[in-house]
Design a protein around this ligand. Structure first.
Ligand SMILES: CC(C)(COP(=O)(O)OP(=O)(O)OC[C@H]1O[C@@H](n2cnc3c(N)ncnc32)[C@H](O)[C@@H]1OP(=O)(O)O)[C@@H](O)C(=O)NCCC(=O)NCCS
Length: 383
């Protein structure tokens, strides 16, 4: 960690950091295949396209990438791959920072492979949220999860709210406000709306419109990435407008999004996707995820993890979520100039780099909550 920090400091002193964020590129959460050293928030990302079944290959690929990330002056590197069980266990056993390991057996009983993220930051991160979040996931969920509870806020025109599966140009202002929290500019939102990316059956949009003001007040989107035979679909950019929180709107939006995704994958004969999400722990998006049927493997119902945060992506991206900033003693001990340069380089206040709990939708929940009939009924709620 120290070596990584020294390297970063040296780059700043040399004036050789090239940490520009493309102004108009549309942000992506799931990313593209291969290496990307220009990801937002100072990250380097490597979506490894081939399955890794040899620990030596993993070690070589990972170490090379981690070094390249430093040479590019990146704050954080994220290495994501499909790995055999043996390689997954060897990475954990070697004490590498395995932040996420999702077992594909939860969607396909014929494999023991995992989709794994090994990631590290130049500034080490603690997970203070774990104290609250772990008991929530260790213990049984106290609420009923059903089609009705998931969509209580919307129905066929009887309520103030309706679901929409694509944004209109008139929604650009409202979407810009909603996604400001994730660093989207107005131009990026306009590009997203005009390019109609969500109409491709590999990208999805789910919004809740307030009929009384004709305004989008809650949204979520889905993005797909094929990674060595796994259809990864990330549900992301969940946001509810100020004044509308706590009314079940994110839950309704995310439920409808999942139905759209399953309609185009599971029920289109393309197999079960790895439908996953990264949930901002500061805003408790994980509560919403659980309410729409997601699980956090190796955490839900598992005991004795009080001092072992699992499935947490640390300081992954910034979310301006109106919650308290994270105070990081390790960061505060750095000298003022470096702190300012770090902040300048990554553009978003580092105090809002959030920890994210990772979850996924298991096949068992698709079979109980998102049957073909339920999906069709959910899709009929869209206007
Ligand atoms: C996270 C966010 C999208 C939740 O939106 P929301 O519309 O308020 O969520 P919902 O009302 O659908 O919540 C569904 C359930 O989760 C619970 N929940 C939501 N936020 C919660 C919180 N902070 N603490 C505890 N429970 C919470 C709700 O009480 C509700 O449970 P209920 O059915 O028993 O009432 C919203 O707070 C937000 O936009 N935050 C800022 C951006 C952000 O962090 N997005 C997440 C990125 S991963």
């Amino acid at each position: 960690m120290k070596r990584a920090y020294d390297f970063f400091h040296m780059q700043i002193e040399n004036g050789s950091t090239s940490l520009q964020v493309a102004e108009h590129a549309i942000p992506t959460s799931v990313g593209v295949g291969g290496k990307d050293f220009e990801r937002s928030y100072g990250r380097a990302y490597f979506n490894v396209e081939n399955r890794i079944d040899d620990p030596a290959v993993f070690q070589r690929e990972y170490e090379t990438f981690a070094q390249e990330s430093l040479e590019h002056g990146r704050r954080r590197h994220v290495f994501r791959a499909r790995m055999s069980e043996e390689v997954t266990e060897s990475a954990i056993g070697a004490g590498l920072p395995v932040e996420m390991a999702l077992p594909l057996s939860l969607i396909d009983s014929s494999t023991r492979d995992h989709v794994v993220i090994v990631a590290d930051d130049i500034i080490s991160a603690s997970v203070p949220e774990w104290e609250k979040i772990y008991p929530f996931w260790k213990n049984p969920f106290g609420k009923e999860i059903s089609y009705d509870t998931m969509t209580r806020a919307v129905d066929h025109g009887a309520t103030q709210f309706s679901l929409v599966n694509h944004p209109e140009e008139r929604d650009i202002e409202a979407l810009t406000k909603l996604w400001w929290a994730f660093g989207w500019s107005r131009d990026q939102v306009a590009g997203y709306v005009k390019q109609g990316i969500y109409r491709t059956h590999t990208a999805w949009f789910s919004g809740v419109r307030d009929r009384t003001t004709d305004t989008l007040v809650a949204v979520s989107i889905g993005e797909q990435l094929q990674l060595s035979g796994v259809d990864i679909v990330e549900s992301t950019e969940w946001a509810t407008a100020a004044g509308y929180e706590g009314r079940g709107l994110c839950q309704a939006s995310a439920t409808g999004l999942i139905a759209q995704i399953l309609h185009d994958t599971e029920y289109a004969g393309k197999g079960t996707p790895l439908l996953m999400g990264e949930f901002n722990m500061a805003s408790r998006a994980d509560v919403v995820a659980r309410a729409v049927g997601m699980t956090v493997p190796y955490v839900e119902g598992v005991h004795n993890l009080e001092s072992t945060p699992r499935q947490v992506l640390r300081q992954n991206v910034s979310v301006l979520d109106h919650r308290a900033p994270n105070i990081r003693p390790s960061f505060m001990s750095l000298d003022q100039t470096v702190r300012e340069q770090f902040r300048e380089a990554y553009r978003m206040p580092y105090q809002y780099l959030r920890n994210f709990l990772v979850g996924m939708l298991p096949k068992s929940r698709i079979d109980s909550l998102y049957t073909k009939n339920a999906v069709e009924t959910l899709l009929s709620l869209y206007q």
